[in-house]
Write a protein that binds this ligand. Structure first.
Ligand code: FAD
Length: 491
């Protein structure tokens, strides 16, 4: 019987464990933290519960697939609801927009609030769908690096040259061509942040992202985002996966370019297959020091990070929903601050997520659990105490003005996560949320493949490798990595 070791119990590590178990392989997962989930974890503070990382859930089918693969009924273990309102948008001048999940309703509402017609919005969604359909199966669901069997890399690159994919323009330019109202342009520019990029740099093909939200929908797991981690962890344990916590893997053992084990707690542990769910940069820099690293991949620009305030708020806000955005006045300046100056602008876009809107037990009666996040640059040694203090003041004055309250008097509990602490708790290089940024039009080709080209028996999953970050893509990375293993070992 073959044995696999997985380094890291992030969502992609857990999904890989489930997939390998379903192939009959013995699996052991080593995790540095005392809990599973990596970025997808939770915490309690006073009488409040918070999801620590992701808050937007799309493509639940990739979670369900893991239960079905294991012969279980997903609905007996993992439940979720579909959101009718995707997000509430608040602009600096007091304009509000409710983004409905229904495309027609969204377009109608947009024509009432913005200077654009219903038809322009519908046309935008149609083009978004077209781009998704043309590229998703090729770029997201398979290993780009094993394409030689049915398509050459040149063909793939020429597909990307197709005019309708808008690869040769930026997302902002594409949106400016599609809409008249700067507020609607800003709204569609925001989708660049779904993979931690800048709308002023990322290619127009990213305009396919709204399709995920408007066509496939956005969801909320019963019990909060952490239910994704918990239900998959429980499934893995049930299938016989062995988890070791407080176990930092120090080295991947290799001989003659073949991986055969790891060093953990100064002990060698052997296995036939090694999968690293650790960020690809520290995987090479810390665990594979004897091997030449693929510098071009590792030195790519990283996606943005985040500064998050977890606030226990002793008031309820009927005008807010699960997802709320308070836009910056000058969006360009916000991204310049992040990507050019490694800083946070003094008027950042503020995202407020409130799970107690659906899970009343997440906050005491009459209160709400606020996850307040602004996009931030990666950690390059900035003075985070100073940035946190300044940004907190800026966020509070913005919320006070728009919601007409005194926020400071309402905050009864607070915890903070910054790019440096994201890095220390997950090993994500510079604390980036989604691995490398997609500010380059060929970013899809520069991500690390899900296997090692040099070291046999070594594979990779997670947000820093192909096909990219975010829960759905991380789950796909586990599928691609294990599909390759299946072929390599004729399973
Ligand atoms: P991680 O979650 O980074 O897990 C890696 C694990 O490996 C960690 O547990 C780490 O401790 C462990 N590890 C690393 N090295 C070692 C080692 N040497 N030994 C032992 N253990 C090790 N995605 C969405 O889809 N929607 C969102 O709304 C969203 N918002 C986000 C907001 C925030 C604040 C953050 C931080 C992320 C967000 N994301 C979102 C991104 C999403 O969380 C990630 O893409 C995804 O969870 C990454 O999963 P992963 O498996 O790649 O790795």
């Amino acid at each position: 019987k073959k044995k696999a070791i997985i380094i890291g119990a992030g969502i992609a590590g857990i999904a890989s464990a489930i997939r390998l178990r379903s192939l009959g392989i013995a699996v052991e997962v080593y995790e540095q933290n005392t809990y599973p989930g990596g970025k997808l974890s939770q915490m309690s503070l006073g009488g409040y519960r918070f999801d620590c990382g992701p808050s937007l859930f799309t493509m639940p089918q990739f979670v369900e697939e893991l239960f079905e693969l294991s012969g279980k009924k997903a609905e007996e273990h993992f439940l979720y609801l579909k959101k009718d309102v995707v997000c509430n948008y608040f602009y600096n001048d007091g304009v509000k927009f409710t983004a409905f999940a229904d495309k027609e309703k969204f377009a109608k509402e947009a024509s009432l609030v913005f200077k654009d017609e219903t038809a322009s919005v519908i046309r935008y969604f149609q083009r978004s769908q077209l781009k998704y359909n043309l590229t998703a199966s090729l770029f997201l669901e398979k290993s780009l690096h094993k394409v030689s069997t049915y398509l050459s890399m040149d063909t793939l690159k020429s597909i990307l040259q197709l005019q309708k994919l808008n690869v040769n323009t930026t997302l902002n330019d594409y949106n400016e061509r599609s809409f008249k109202d700067p507020k609607l342009i800003q709204l569609f520019n925001r989708f660049a942040t779904y993979n931690g990029s800048s709308p002023y740099k990322t290619p127009g093909i990213m305009s396919m992202i709204p399709h995920l939200e408007q066509h496939f929908g956005t969801f909320f797991p019963k019990g909060g985002m952490h239910a994704i981690t918990q239900s998959l962890y429980d499934l893995a344990v049930d299938l016989g996966v062995k988890f070791h916590f407080s176990a930092f893997v120090e080295e991947i053992l290799t001989q003659k370019n073949k991986a055969y084990g790891i060093i953990v707690d100064n002990q060698a542990v052997n296995a036939d297959i090694i999968i690293s769910n650790m960020d690809i940069v520290p995987t090479y820099r810390k665990l594979l020091q004897k091997h030449k690293a693929p510098e071009k991949i590792l030195q790519q620009e990283r996606s943005s990070s985040a500064l998050i305030f977890y606030w226990g708020i002793k008031k309820q806000f009927p005008e807010l929903d699960l997802h709320n955005i308070f836009f910056a006045k000058d969006y360009k300046k916000e991204f310049e601050a992040i990507f050019e100056n490694n800083a946070i602008s003094n008027d950042p876009t503020v995202y407020v997520n409130i799970t107690s809107k659906h899970e009343t037990a997440d906050a005491p009666p009459g209160s709400e659990n606020w996850f307040v996040m602004v996009n931030a640059p990666g950690d390059t040694g900035q003075d985070w105490d100073e940035i946190v203090a300044e940004t907190k003041e800026n966020i509070i004055s913005k919320l006070n003005r728009i919601l007409k309250v005194d926020m400071k008097s309402l905050i009864e509990h607070e915890a903070i996560l910054n790019p440096a602490t994201i890095e220390s708790t997950t090993q994500s290089y510079q604390g980036s949320l989604y691995g490398a940024a997609s500010n380059d039009k060929f970013a899809a080709f520069i991500r690390h493949p899900n296997f090692s080209k040099k070291v046999k028996h070594l594979y990779f999953c997670g947000g820093s490798v192909h096909p990219g970050g975010g829960i759905p893509l991380c789950l796909l990375s586990a599928k691609i990595a294990t599909d390759i293993i299946k072929k390599d070992y004729k399973l």
